[in-house]
Design a protein around this ligand. Structure first.
Ligand SMILES: Nc1ncnc2c1ncn2[C@@H]1O[C@H](COP(=O)(O)OP(=O)(O)OP(=O)(O)O)[C@@H](O)[C@H]1O
Length: 263
């Protein structure tokens, strides 16, 4: 498998701070993975993903994206075409006056035909279930619809990797579920997904879980491996998912979990 993003012994210190924010991070991400990154507030999740599309540069270490070094300024345009980022605050990402105008915005000057522009827009509107909103003014959309529009603007560019930075934190349960459905569809189509979340319940969807604590990676593996050992979460100041907490409570009360789940 070819690595799509690779960080080798990456350290980062913000100019205004004494201490290291990231400390010796090593991670290789492969095409088609769905990675969920969790960690307590301030553990370094946003810093880590901003390094992955060149928004930040490491103080020490090497980062390559699709074989290109992020340290070479000549690569940054290409890297950002390959790694799309959906931020928590989507207001700043919406630039077009209508849904249609905003979706098309990133397609100017990338050398594709008008037919291709139409096709790509229609495909993402259908995937996100916003075809009927295409003529609506973007400022009149609900929070969830704005989130979808921000995602549409990234999807039409067809990046290799999409990073969702706490993109569901402002959504209600129904919109969150829709967002998971979209992520799953993208994953099925072999897009590489990196999702940052503070909601531990969201980890069960992914193919690989990364847990950050105090600027370093403390767990990197299948989510089920983490849920087998709840101290992996508690050692990183996180509550384990609800199902894991229930299992542990039942086990501590002397009942056998397997007996209960087979009821
Ligand atoms: N631009 C900056 N300048 C100085 N310090 C920063 C900057 N951005 C983040 N930090 C600090 O770096 C640390 C890690 O922040 P980061 O945003 O990466 O954590 P996080 O895990 O994403 O947190 P949260 O879950 O609260 O969003 C925090 O202590 C934060 O205060």
């Amino acid at each position: 498998m070819n690595p799509i993003i690779s960080l080798k012994d990456v350290w980062l210190k913000y100019d205004s701070r004494q201490e290291w924010t990231l400390q010796g991070v090593n991670i290789t991400i492969y095409k088609g993975e769905w990675i969920t990154i969790i960690g307590a507030n301030g553990s370094g999740k946003s810093t880590l993903i901003r390094l992955m599309n060149g928004l930040l540069q490491p103080s020490v270490g090497e980062i390559t994206v699709c074989g290109m070094s992020v340290s070479d300024p000549n690569n940054l345009m290409d890297i950002r075409q390959n790694v799309g980022m959906v931020f928590q605050n989507v207001e700043n990402q919406i630039v077009g006056l209508t849904v249609e105008e905003d979706t098309r915005f990133g397609l100017h000057n990338i050398g594709i035909t008008m037919d291709e522009v139409e096709n790509r827009c229609r495909d993402v509107w259908e995937l996100l279930e916003i075809v009927d909103k295409k003529d609506n003014p973007s400022y009149c959309l609900s929070g969830g619809e704005k989130q979808k529009l921000a995602i549409a603007g990234i999807l039409v560019i067809q990046p290799e990797v999409i990073i969702f930075d706490e993109s569901t934190s402002m959504l209600d349960a129904k919109c969150t579920q829709q967002m998971h459905k979209v992520m799953y569809e993208l994953y099925r189509k072999h897009c590489t997904i990196i999702q940052v979340t503070n909601d531990v319940e969201e980890i069960l969807n992914c193919s690989r879980l990364v847990i950050m604590h105090k600027g370093s990676i403390r767990f990197d593996g299948p989510p089920l491996e983490a849920t087998n050992e709840s101290s992996i979460f508690t050692n990183c100041c996180l509550l384990p998912p609800f199902s894991v907490r229930m299992r542990d409570i039942v086990a501590n009360c002397g009942a056998r979990w397997l007996d209960l789940v087979s009821l």
